[in-house]
Design a protein around this ligand. Sequence first.
Ligand code: SAH
Length: 341
Amino acid sequence: MTNIYGKTIEQLEEYFTNMGLKKFRARQIYDWLYKKRVLSFDEMANVKKDLREQLKKDYSMEQLTILDKQEGVDVVKYLLELKDHNKIEAVLMKHDYGNSLCVSSQVGCNMGCSFCESGRLKKVRNLSSEEMVLQVLLIEQDLKIRITHVVLMGIGEPFDNYEQVMNFIDIINSPYGIALGSRHITVSTCGIIPKIKDFMHHGKQVNIAISLHASNDALRQQLMPIDKAYPLSELIPVMKEYIKVTNRRVTFEYILLRDINDHIKEADELVHLLKGMNCTINLIPYNETSHIKYKRSTEKQISAFFDYLKQHKMNTTIRREFGSTVSAACGQLRSNYEEEN
Ligand code: SAH
């Protein structure tokens, strides 16, 4: 049965008008689901009994379940179970500016980045929009907090599941529902150019982050197979166009891997690659995992890399670390679980 949390307000309006009812019913339902947060149709007091019965026939309100939860300083990491028993992760990070949830978009991932734990287990399937919405609702309920920011940086490649991800964004962004501001939502992609172009024309003020991780194609192709299909020579011009069309700053994520991509040579290449673009470079200290050979760069090398970029007037930040003590490194909780069971 269709889960109601996967429906955009427009889809629900269509459902009601097809039944010969007024559109405003959709807003009423959204109010119950996302403002009042009831967990059954019977609690929707201003919806007539026969309509409630019809809704029960057409839609489920089934939630996700929490399998495991690990808490660290300012971080809570969840292993969640889906209806078909597949497992995903979601990570809540407490920042001084608010609570940010890292949401998964797929079960596994097919992008095959050599440093990433999520890709060791291949893609099983895409997540539906409701399975993304329910990550937000469940964790808000569990921790009794409001999530102020959503980042699509959990397991999966969001642009390999474009349609469901866009529905998810519409649903959490709707003023009649969770009403999360589009500037508080970030999609992170390994660089699937056709979808970046679609996203560029979508018209939402949602942030985009590009997983760059290398300053030239030879290196990037070792780390990220996607670079063979969409090399930097195409990606960077598209991002320049993206900035022009959307008038928004983009983020480039750069994991620092010891002795692989953390030399001043690569920092210098980055300066030349990104010079003049309205962008931020977010340096990510690598989260080591037992299954993968890469090491985190030394503190000294991280500082040297950062300083070089700053000296060359690049907007650069170093990602604050969460959860290396709670296997929070991108896909670790799930892959550990799958191996133990
Ligand atoms: N597929 C998307 C989003 C998921 S990954 C993407 O590629 O952007 C979110 C970010 O975490 C990406 O930048 C990814 O490269 C990075 N990442 C993956 N494994 C990591 C690890 N072990 N340590 C630090 N960052 C990692």
